[in-house]
Ligand binder design. Sequence first.
Ligand SMILES: O=C(O)c1ccccc1NCC(=O)[C@H](O)[C@H](O)COP(=O)(O)O
Length: 237
Amino acid sequence: MRTRIKICGLTRQEDIQAVVAAGADAIGFVFYPKSPRYVTPERAAELIRAVPPFITTVGLFVNATPEEVAAAVRIAPVSLIQLHGDETIAEAAAIAAAVNRPFLKVFRVKPDTAPDELLEYEQANRAASPLFTSLLLDTYVDAYGGAGKGFDWSLIPKDLAPRVVLSGGLSVHNATDAVAGVRPYAVDISSGVEAAKGIKDARKIADFVAAVRAGDTTIEREHIHETSVSRQGLPTS
Ligand SMILES: O=C(O)c1ccccc1NCC(=O)[C@H](O)[C@H](O)COP(=O)(O)O
């Protein structure tokens, strides 16, 4: 299966075209005013009009109220919301219900995060809301996100990986290893494809997508090898 790709923090029309041309799957707009990638709902609405069908638009919020999210989504009709702050599980469920949108919930991973914590957090969000879709795993740093910092991928339980969006410090330099090693449902990136904060670089976007696809190819080749070996009755591990 192809790893899905979200490019976050878009502010310009030309960057939307670059994301679509590169073959990414989702575009994130940051509605957090303190972010250097912040766009107003009105600006996001203009940008969304340039997004072709079958590309998911994601509205990103940090500790916003249901009313604030509803007001933004009325203007900028994103397909999905991403809750990237300290929202409790109940608050996240209430926000999603207020706008009737599926949501991604961030878990910011620390060096001492226990793998079971990730599984429990996913299960609790899923139990709390039918609109919960996936965890987005980012790195715990002083900023809420968009920091370009990675975390220890070995903390991600193997049975959780196929359901998560892997984020935090990804780039063309580590994307192939991230995909082949973690095998996430999707990857998400912001800093690693920028010329400056909020200004995306078309070449970096294309190179990142190619690196993710190289990871997918690695997985497929391993699957073919394992399948052929098992057909010969030989041990695959
Ligand atoms: O991108 C931001 O400026 C931002 C600000 C506050 C909260 C979240 C933010 N971005 C969320 C994202 O989904 C980023 O893509 C994610 O944090 C990864 O960023 P990076 O490590 O720069 O690739």
